[in-house]
Design a protein around this ligand. Structure first.
Ligand code: FES
Length: 162
């Protein structure tokens, strides 16, 4: 038998919070609550498992495919279980001009992952502009932003991660 999606506590929280979210939208426009509903699911599970997407879809009266379409459009939603640290390396123009690809290659070697791959500890991704073009190159690790990167700075940042 498949493991249930939620623990009883998570189920209670999901039910209460999805009701609160839906209370802000007209009954015939539940689909407009997709982004906060997906955020709630990810907050509870750490990612968006397929059975969770089906549940969100059913509560919003849309197909699971529609929930997947929306979730797959935004990089902040995880369709695969992420590592403890999600490392987003900006490779847009300013960062690229300041050596982002070299930083990414260095990280790939250091973490033993290619961009787009994950293990239990790290998810390594290339990302679009992180709005720190003036202090490029930069990256984000979960919610923390790091700028003006060098290899030495990267070593110091990753050494501090538990
Ligand atoms: S191009 Fe990297 S922060 Fe803007």
């Amino acid at each position: 038998m498949a493991e249930p999606l939620f623990t009883p506590e998570e189920q209670k929280k999901f039910d209460a919070e999805i009701a609160e979210i839906l209370s802000h939208y007209p009954a015939d426009r539940k689909s407009a609550a997709m982004l906060p509903a997906l955020r709630l699911l990810q907050e509870l599970k750490g990612w968006l498992p397929p059975e969770g997407l089906k549940l969100v879809a059913s509560r919003l009266d849309v197909t699971p495919e529609r929930a997947y379409e929306v979730a797959s459009f935004y990089v902040m939603y995880h369709l695969k279980k992420p590592g403890k640290y999600v490392v987003d390396v900006c490779t847009n123009l300013s960062c690229s001009l300041w050596g982002a690809e070299k930083m990414l290659a260095y990280l790939e070697q250091k973490l033993g992952l290619k961009a787009g791959e994950a293990n239990e500890r790290f998810t390594l991704r290339e990302t679009e502009c992180l709005a720190s073009c003036g202090t490029a190159p930069c990256l984000q690790i979960n919610e923390d932003h790091h700028e003006s990167l060098t290899k030495a700075k990267l070593d110091a940042i990753f050494e501090k991660l538990s």
